[in-house]
Design a protein around this ligand. Sequence first.
Ligand SMILES: Cc1cc2nc3c(=O)[nH]c(=O)nc-3n(C[C@H](O)[C@H](O)[C@H](O)COP(=O)(O)OP(=O)(O)OC[C@H]3O[C@@H](n4cnc5c(N)ncnc54)[C@H](O)[C@@H]3O)c2cc1C
Length: 536
Amino acid sequence: MLQISQLRLPLDYDEAILKGTVLRELRARAQDIVTIKMKQRAIDARRGNVEFSCQVLVEVLNEGVMLQRLAGNHRIKLAEPTEYTELDKTKVNMAPVPPEKRPVIIGTGPCGLLAGLILARHGRNPLILERGKPAGDRARDVMAFWKRGGDFNPESNVQFGEGGAGTFSDGKLYTQIRDRENRIPWLLKELVKAGAPEDILYKSRPHIGTDRLIKVVRNMREEIVRMGGEVRFGAHVTDAVIENGKMTKVILANGEEILGSPFIFAVGHSARDTFEMLHRIGVPMEAKGFSVGVRIEHPQSLIDRSQYGKWGGHPRLGAAPYKFVAHCDTGRAAYSFCMCPGGLVVAASSEPGMVVTNGMSTYARAESNANAGFMVDIPATDFADQGVLGGMAFQRALEKQAYELGGGGFKAPAQRLGDFMKKQPSSGPGRVQPSYQPGVTWTDLATLLPDIVTTTLREAVRRVDDMIPGFGLDDAVMTGVETRSSCPLRILRDPDSLLCAGIENFYPAGEGAGYAGGIVSAACDGMRVAEKILNG
Ligand SMILES: Cc1cc2nc3c(=O)[nH]c(=O)nc-3n(C[C@H](O)[C@H](O)[C@H](O)COP(=O)(O)OP(=O)(O)OC[C@H]3O[C@@H](n4cnc5c(N)ncnc54)[C@H](O)[C@@H]3O)c2cc1C
């Protein structure tokens, strides 16, 4: 199989144009080609033109001869294998596992689900404990909460329930982690098998969307159960027992004791009560920096124009994303986080009396606003005096203040960007309507955010406007507060065995343990832990 890189195609290319371009590139005849497959397709808007830059896999007759003839063309080479090979199946014992010996996974987010899928496929009958509800019931709770604000359920919300924090999201599937083991191509195929759109296999910035994610996580759970696993909902782990340096059981909120071997804690960044419990029983952890800021909304059409010029709105391009980092004179960086093209700002609280924002999109990304977290670094030194759980206390204090400033009922405080820059409160929207439900209260966000965050954001607006023309739009809406960018602590683990430092039988994993920062990296961390368990 040959791989052609940086193959340029016009936006309106079809099969015939693709084939013609490949033939020209290979200087080949149609009869030399067996198959052509798109491996990766990226949008390239850098050269005053917008087109696709592709990696294409081509099966040809007489591959060796053709490769020799094209030796001077560095964009053509033999395709590299993308098989996920980390797991040596010959070493895996497929014998049935007694209940007290089966792996127990806490959490059904991407980390827990993927660990569960791999363990189930290899005969380990994992038990997965999830504090929240199955995806369908969870979706009903979340929708009711967004509509009315009064029906908040601390066990069933945007952070907790089947699929974890990523279920109500844009479902972006790109990451900066290295992937020598080819876990990511394998993961993407599994997601497609479970109902994700096929284009995630070749788009350079793939996304699934909330509407499809709800089905995907349910189908993955059903596959785990078919393969001998068990998933229990409403199973909130509130305690764990460590005896002689080994985790021996976990205890549910109803007092039930669960034995297992080993335990994988994949609880996500919002399981604050679980972190408090683990800290109390002596699990080693350290404070970790995170970011704080607001969600910012612009008209999607403005972002499309800024990114794609006159091609903005082309159906093949979809709603444009953006990404930026602005290093400011305050010594801090402001950056875009979890950008959701054509999306909605969502209420992402997991505790009563606290307001938290985040963003989501459906697969179509068809809403009229683009939104992104507009965040500033909070290093661990900012809360070092408050101990290892200080970051959590810092987040909670901001979220409580946001709730109060919003006036209750989970309304979020909001401000027009122009007013934020002029240091005056807002009294209503301009031409950008905020999408946050159950509604916003117009105010002055500077009274909520730490001074360093406010100053850095104000400076960054000017810098980002140079990179993304129109970003500084007066009517852009800022809604706060965004605090759940990543986990404010890390559970220490051995880098080789992945076991918690000094505690046997206990694997802290995923974003909550501080080893992932998104859907794909959390899923890959779950896979790594499952591989360690299987390979012994
Ligand atoms: C609104 C939103 C949008 C996002 N958008 C994206 C995106 O587009 N792309 C991206 O890459 N990332 C996105 N993220 C981040 C992404 O969702 C997380 O990085 C990822 O889900 C982390 O996976 P995880 O499995 O480590 O933890 P989580 O997904 O947080 O899962 C943890 C699970 O553990 C359960 N749990 C917690 N404590 C307990 C307990 N004590 N007992 C039993 N169960 C427990 C929780 O209910 C939850 O289901 C988004 C997050 C949010 C909130």
